[in-house]
Ligand binder design. Sequence first.
Ligand code: PGA
Length: 265
Amino acid sequence: MIRIISDYSMKKLIAFNWKMYPKKAADIEGLLLAFDDANIDTDRYEIAIAPPAVYLPMIADIFYEVKADISLAMQNCAWQSEGALTGEISAEMGKNVGADYAIIGHSERRMYFGETDEMIGKKVSAAIKAGLVAILCVGEPLSVRKKGKAAVKQYIRKQIEEAMKGLSASKAFSSKRIIIAYEPVWAIGTGNAATPEDAIEVIAFIRSILNTSYSIPTARILYGGSVNAKNVPLFVKHDGIDGALIGGASIDKKELKSILKTLHS
Ligand code: PGA
């Protein structure tokens, strides 16, 4: 039988994707202050921040000093562990400077950097091999959405299957090494979030793929795309959604504070 609800033994993950912000390192502390007095319900929520890679060591140091209960994520990683790959950063390097997660296959990487499903599959494997948890992003563009739900599901199934190709799936999942973020492309950075009902339906579908194709009924599946302080409870408090991947709103101090308030204990 397919489980539709999430595994309650796992905390919901609220991951903040800072994209290519803040412009100055000096502005990081201001953003981190929002977490200081947030009094987050840490029994229920796990928090992760994905800053630009150059900031990882600095933020890891701050977290170490203040004993912050916050994880760090890479926004991307190389598919090889080393090599003549100018400009790339390996998952291992990220791990060594404090990251626990790597976002992989974000639609901006697919769109602007030509990442294919095959590259993404290799990156997922590299991240897991380096000891990171891969947050695999999937989601359909508007043109597919317009064709209807069957087309959306077909598109997402293919993205997952391609990304999982190089992976011993059961091993990855049983060790909780992969998370899927459902991020419809048309919802990212547009202010036009999916409805919770839509997100829940696609997430349940993803859960069914993981169950039937990989025999893993429980893996955290997040929603991302224009999540903000107003709509965040609709997504993260729902039993069928295991957390959120939040971009733009997490680099706006005021909005970030309001989001964290909703995660109050
Ligand atoms: P958004 O981005 O919250 O700004 O829509 C989501 C993401 O990039 O993961």
